[in-house]
Write a protein that binds this ligand. Structure first.
Ligand code: FES
Length: 239
């Protein structure tokens, strides 16, 4: 199987394509494939030339850290959950996520996701038990791994400076549900950095690897902030 990788030595270098030949087992994942190619003293590309190891990130290899997020044949995927047997094309193309700065090869800098939360104090702080919220949605939202796949498919997300996207909205809901004293503050920043600009495309709902339903978070957050009299204009077309 031919594997095409969009490589980039550093953020200052130009990206370029390099191809490899994979002759390992087909019940492997893309993460396993990358390990297989990298696991040699000499890394040889499909031109027979010696090259460097392919840069990519992983930690858990079980879909819970989000580090291995990348584009597999242009589909935003977790490399450790993308099985070769499910890929119908004869070749595999691997690219870094496009909405984040590339650090090296398939490694991107997703710190903008965390910065949006830190800059706006979206943290639970003093914990109080949730009232009148859906405990299963709370649990689902808490599973967000900040992998960035939802931002990759979002038509509105660009550089994370103004519109923060689904991970931010989910965490806003979680904080508002768990700390009612923050509901007013959360309503304001949610409106400014998510609600006003969300296109309600909802592609984020479909791509989330842990199955978080952003629409459920939005509905519940609207209900919480309306109940607190903080969000009079929370109309969400299409939901
Ligand atoms: S390595 Fe953790 S999600 Fe893939």
């Amino acid at each position: 199987m031919k594997v095409n990788v969009l490589r980039q030595e550093t953020p200052l270098h130009e990206p370029y394509w390099e191809s490899f030949r994979y002759d390992g087992p087909m019940d492997n994942t893309v993460a396993g494939l990358l390990d297989y190619i990298n696991f040699h003293d000499d890394i040889i590309n499909d031109q027979g030339e010696r090259t460097t190891r392919i840069g990519w990130e992983c930690s858990c290899i079980q879909g819970i850290c989000g580090a291995c997020a990348m584009l597999v044949n242009d589909k935003p995927s977790l490399a450790c959950e993308a099985f070769l047997r499910d890929i119908e094309e004869p070749e595999i193309t691997l690219k870094p996520l496009s909405r984040f700065p590339t650090v090296h090869d398939l490694v991107v800098d997703r710190s903008s996701i965390h910065e949006s939360l830190m800059d706006n104090n979206v943290y639970i702080g003093e914990y109080s038990p949730a009232e009148n919220t859906d405990v299963w949605q709370d649990y689902a939202v808490a599973k967000c791994i900040k992998c960035g796949l939802c931002l990759e498919v979002c038509p509105k997300y660009t550089d994370g400076r103004r519109f923060y996207g689904a991970p931010f909205a989910n965490d806003c809901y979680l904080v508002a549900a768990r700390n009612r004293e923050k509901t007013g503050e959360i309503a304001e920043i949610y409106e400014e950095h998510f609600q006003r600009e969300c296109a309600y495309d909802l592609a984020c709902d479909k791509v989330c690897p842990v199955g978080i339903k952003i629409t459920a978070s939005m509905k519940m957050l609207n209900a919480l902030t309306r109940a607190a009299g903080e969000n009079e204009s929370s109309d969400c077309p299409g939901i």
